[in-house]
Design a protein around this ligand. Structure first.
Ligand code: T46
Length: 135
């Protein structure tokens, strides 16, 4: 599957602890227009369940853990994010679901565009049409 990537961030650690810096067009491979974070999600909840028409996003589990299902219309992968040192880059028309959130999970997401409900594909059949058209 070509439209996702796991990125490892450089840790600036010293005796006091660790620090990671995110910089647009350096270790974040796009212009950052928006940052949001998801927290307090119940363990039995599934979030997402949509694709985007045209959005690049980088998801980082800055605390705790959660899992992602990524589906490009042909293949599905399940990934766990459980480290603030790793980011999941999602591009293209990709169905995503997030699940198995730990109680302490804080999932931070950087996006290359502002929030727009028009950019969401929330129906799976519509997603499949768009994904096959896209490939
Ligand atoms: C995604 C996954 C990883 C806003 O008003 N502004 C925003 O920037 C966002 C992201 C959401 N909202 C509103 C829309 C809904 O009323 O916040 C509410 C919850 O959003 P949603 O149900 O879309 O959240 P998730 O967790 O299902 O999906 C989110 C993102 O929406 C989505 O782009 O890829 O996280």
């Amino acid at each position: 599957m070509s439209n996702y990537e796991l990125l490892d961030f450089k840790i600036m650690g010293d005796a006091r602890g660790s620090l990671i810096a995110l910089e647009e067009n350096h270790n974040v491979p796009f212009d950052v227009k928006r940052v949001y974070y998801i927290f307090g999600t119940k363990a039995d909840v599934r979030r997402g369940k949509h694709a985007h028409k045209n959005l690049r996003q980088l998801a980082i589990c800055v605390a705790g853990s959660c899992k992602f299902l990524l589906d490009n219309g042909k293949e599905k992968v399940h990934l766990e994010l459980n480290s603030p040192t790793q980011g999941l880059l999602i591009e293209g028309v990709m169905w995503r679901e997030m699940y198995d959130f730990s109680d302490d999970c804080v999932l931070m997401v950087l996006a290359d565009n502002y929030y727009s409900e028009d950019d969401y594909i929330r129906n799976y059949e519509d997603f499949l049409k768009e994904a096959h058209h896209d490939s």
